[in-house]
Design a protein around this ligand. Sequence first.
Ligand code: GLA
Length: 710
Amino acid sequence: MASIASFYTLHSNGSSLVLDCRSNAPAILYWGSRLYGATQPSMIALLKTRQEAQARVQGEPLLALSPEIGAGFLGTPGIQIHRAGQQWNVYSQMESVQENGQTLTISSACKATGIRIVHILSLDSETDVLQATTEVTNLESSTLWINACNAPCIPLPMDYDQILAFEGRWSNEFQLQKSQRLLGAYVRENRRGRTSHDAFPGVMVHPRETNESAGDVYALHLGWSGNHRLAVEERSEGRSYAQLGELLFPGEMSLESGESYVSPKLFGVHSANGFSGASRQLHGFVREHLTDVRMKDKLKRIHFNTWEAVYFDLTMDKLCELADEAADIGVERFVLDDGWFKGRNSEDEGLGDWYVDEAVFPEGLTPLIEYVNGKGMEFGLWLEPEMVNPKSDLYRNHPDWVLDAKPAPQVMTRNQLVLDLTRVEVQEYLFERIDSLLSEYSITYLKWDMNRSLNQPGGESGRAVTHYQTLALYKLLDRVRVAHPMVEIESCASGGGRADYGILRYTDRVWTSDTNDALDRLRVQRGFSYFFPPEFMGAHVGPEHCHVTGRRLSMALRAGVSFFGDMGVEANLLELSEEEKRELCSAIELHKKHRALLFSGDNYRLELPMFELGFGVVSPDKSEALFSYALIQTPPRSAPGVYRFKGLKSDTCYEIRVVWPEKPKSYSRSVLDVLDGAVLSGDVLMTVGTQLPILMPESLLIFHLHEVDA
Ligand code: GLA
């Protein structure tokens, strides 16, 4: 057996990770800013020497990658297993550590429980993003029951006592929630069977002084679209750590001899450049490693989506009229949302019967698609494959194909039930339906929706199947992608209920939220931006009279907010005034002009008072930038404050242009008149900043800066 060194180190551009292998199990000794030549891991070990405290154990149980019950660890154990109540006491012995480029694979055996544990850690050299998994294999002949198997445990320095998490609800996703770490555990659990609106499986943990542009932070995220548990714990002995893993129902996971369970992958990054710094690294990682190759050099398309325009009220005439208008304003992809399939006249019926509704489309979808294509647009289609309405042929023929928790009655949401994707016949039916639609029609895009939680996730055998349902979904998506590689897929779950790095491996866009209220969107999109780059962020211009909040918002604001994501339109274009249409058209033109910058640039979120919101996107070479300023509410003083740009080159001059709105309204001569076209150094733009103009509340400005010779 190869000998195991005391320490193993991975270095990336800006980070280092040191693994401590001096004990029976592996542990992270250090993960943070890059260490250089003079540093030896033993120095860190020396500095981390801990003293025995009164009335505590002699020799603290290790904060291992999987903290061990057998070792006497009193916090959440990394691996919780048993064999009919026996062999629960995990205490492993490392057997090998393999170094392979940027990856460490640590293999351990646990005699007490009869398992092998494999931890894999890899640090991306460019973006500093850490990926980590824990695998458990059953080495004995009896059944091994798994209650939990978390991704590797991340020790946190004690001064990282602030938690920034992301929570929400339908139509109000990705809201920032700040807490202070506490003695015990800060825990978020999700049992919805999808990533959820409530508890995004990601967190930023940091010292008090960290802000958007400076300071240390760990960003941690579980790339998994099923159930999860996220915990940041603090023990009374003065140690703290985070553990993220799948949340398993009783009896959900068992392994027969030779079988393995792999935890969902933990993605994490350490940044010394504040929250925006961490986001830039994560965005870089998503762009490089989670963006499908076929999407990399492909331009995004401006969408028109029929949902908030016409809902279920579909007729060929109306759709063609909408297509005319969409093409006129510069739309590039026409997406037919819910309502196109057999018997789907309302939310109550039809889900599952994925056949074109002949009552609306007597000749199938071809005439509409040809019409749309003739207008120079691609065609996209909405589907909700995992669901079935009791009022459908599919359910009438296969009432046993759904998940349940018998004998309890079915819990209904939107009059629909969840199909058991772990059943081969369900997989085959769904694949056949999707494959035949994509084969028959010229469809370049699927909006893959999922509109209810798995409240009762019992499968055919009676056991909970959320884990296997999630894998079955991935498998189905993968099959569709392999069979139709040029079809883009959007992940939607009543808006942003399924946004995570697990689903991004199979999808190309996220429908961020069902609210098209631009004011609400500002915060939803800001929250989304912590872990996801803007090209994944579906952002549509909704109706003037927002359907979700009832607020009336100007086209200038609605278009200015959508501008910063993967832009689209979801309003009834037939109801827009000529002026609104013209304004929308010019916002779309502006987006097209700048989308290459938006979708490759570095994000900077600004910290402004509650009544304002600002952020910017700077090109990687810093020669060009777009910044946005929104005045959300009436400011407390006559004039708002100062706007300081970020991320520019100090010793370079930029010409600044106010590119949105087209005609900012002003009572007196506006600051913008002075600013527009001025040539200013990066230095003063960032340190002095510009006085903001007096604006009406609910206004949004977009500044464009480009480098010029002084
Ligand atoms: C969900 C989606 C919406 C729309 C409807 C259609 O709510 O989030 O965008 O597609 O379903 O039923």
